[in-house]
Design a protein around this ligand. Structure first.
Ligand code: SAH
Length: 395
């Protein structure tokens, strides 16, 4: 492994096990290191500190381990993936027939920065966010196939959308082991959803909302529900199955609305008249829609992908939530979310304060919500807690 050296005085974050090394912290590098290469990170005096993937840019090293590599790299990968699978088994995944879709690897949360692996029944969908992870795909594939207890029929690499521009153009999404028809009917808490990892958004399904959908089911019986930003209808299906009186799903993407309708149609014994889907912009829908709802779910895409966009994003969340609050019946509930990593929980809550003031509604917080436990947060990398949600009681 080639080496990079940390400036003396810049080792604090590393000593706290933060897995990112910024370019400004490096004093020198061995010549000829290429993007995605595995490098050893050393203190100014040459002591080993970590090893990780090198990539030119603001985050220059993504740390894979703070221990030296002993044995071969294949062994490292098998250990990491085995650890990840063991945690999911502890959480009940892989054993529970009611749920057969879960996140197996959540990047920094599994000490593998830049790597996401979602399991949809017997297909693993791999999404690399760094060049190093993409270069390591052969290792990842071999290790996935060796994890005891993990039974796979196909592995699909879907990294073209998430790799840095420039490199992304050189890769295609493709099966890296066997192949499948591209969709699967998965189960989540006993509900069936068709997941299309080839054509769908992200890896195909928003697994991170599983527990929050279950919470909605608790409140939905007999209620009118708006599921805004529905994607494939996760919240809609849970609400309908729980006996909601009426559910409206809204998403700007026609394809998402088709997926929603397809998933609602899989519900047994459900009167189709209870659900209506609208391929429309949520802001426009809220402006013109007549009805007021007992419960509203508002789960937009990340409004801010980086710090520069944070201010505009806050304004966006405020406007959206103020508009939503105006359409909720007195005594109703708002399930509201932000999946922007740069908007922390406190800022999100402050934004809801501003929205409540603007809408002139008294609001109480009932629940504080997170991503599911199969999306663990590395305690040394709090940025990993990206999904924030609040359930608000609107008086
Ligand atoms: N709640 C969903 C995930 C939502 S992802 C679930 O549980 O699966 C965000 C969705 O918002 C995407 O499907 C995207 O198509 C949609 N979207 C983005 N901008 C929108 C807008 N302005 N109006 C309506 N939908 C929008």
């Amino acid at each position: 492994m080639k080496k990079v050296f940390i400036k003396s005085g810049k080792t604090d974050a590393l000593k706290r096990f933060h897995p990112w090394i910024f370019s400004g912290a490096l004093s020198k590098e061995d010549p000829g290191i290429t993007d995605g290469e595995l490098v050893e990170v050393c203190a100014a005096n040459g002591d080993f500190l970590a090893f990780g993937h090198y990539q030119d840019g603001s985050i220059k090293i993504r740390v894979l381990s703070f221990e030296p590599l002993t044995g071969d790299y294949g062994g490292f990968w098998l250990q990491r993936l085995q650890d990840a699978f063991q945690l999911r088994q502890t959480l009940g995944f892989g054993l529970d027939a009611a749920t057969n879709a879960y996140r197996l690897v959540h990047a920094e949360g599994d000490q593998l920065p830049g790597l996401i692996i979602d399991i949809y029944d017997r297909t693993a969908v791999v999404q690399c966010h760094s060049i190093g992870m993409h270069r390591d795909l052969p290792w990842i594939r071999e290790a996935l196939l060796q994890v005891p207890g993990l039974t796979l029929e196909a592995i699909y690499d879907k990294s073209r959308e998430t790799l840095p521009a420039g490199f992304a153009e050189t890769v295609e999404n493709r099966y890296i082991w066997q192949s499948s028809q591209g969709t699967s009917a998965i189960r989540e808490n006993g509900h069936t959803f068709v997941v299309d990892w080839e054509k769908g958004q992200k890896t195909g399904f928003f697994l991170d909302q599983r527990d929050n959908r279950q919470l909605l089911a608790r409140y939905a019986p007999g209620k009118t529900v708006l599921n805004a930003f529905s994607y494939s209808g996760g919240f809609s299906v849970y609400a309908l199955a729980a006996g909601a009186q009426q559910v409206h799903s809204v998403d700007v993407s026609k394809q998402a609305i088709e997926l929603t309708e397809q998933n609602v149609a899989l519900l047994k014994d459900t009167d189709p008249g209870r659900h209506q889907a609208f391929a429309q912009d949520v802001f426009a829908f809220l402006k013109q829609s007549e009805p007021v709802y007992d419960i509203m779910v508002v789960d937009p895409p990340a409004f801010a992908k980086n710090l520069k966009k944070r201010h505009n994003a806050v304004q966006g969340y405020k406007r959206l939530n103020a508009a939503a609050l105006e359409k909720i019946k007195p005594g109703g509930l708002l399930f509201t979310f932000s999946c922007s990593q740069v908007i922390d929980r406190q800022l999100f809550q402050d934004t809801l304060v501003a929205a409540a003031l603007e809408a002139g509604r008294p609001v109480r917080i009932l629940h504080q919500l997170n991503q599911g436990a199969d999306h663990p947060v590395n305690i040394f990398h709090p940025e990993g807690a990206y999904l924030k949600g609040l359930v608000l009681y609107v008086g």
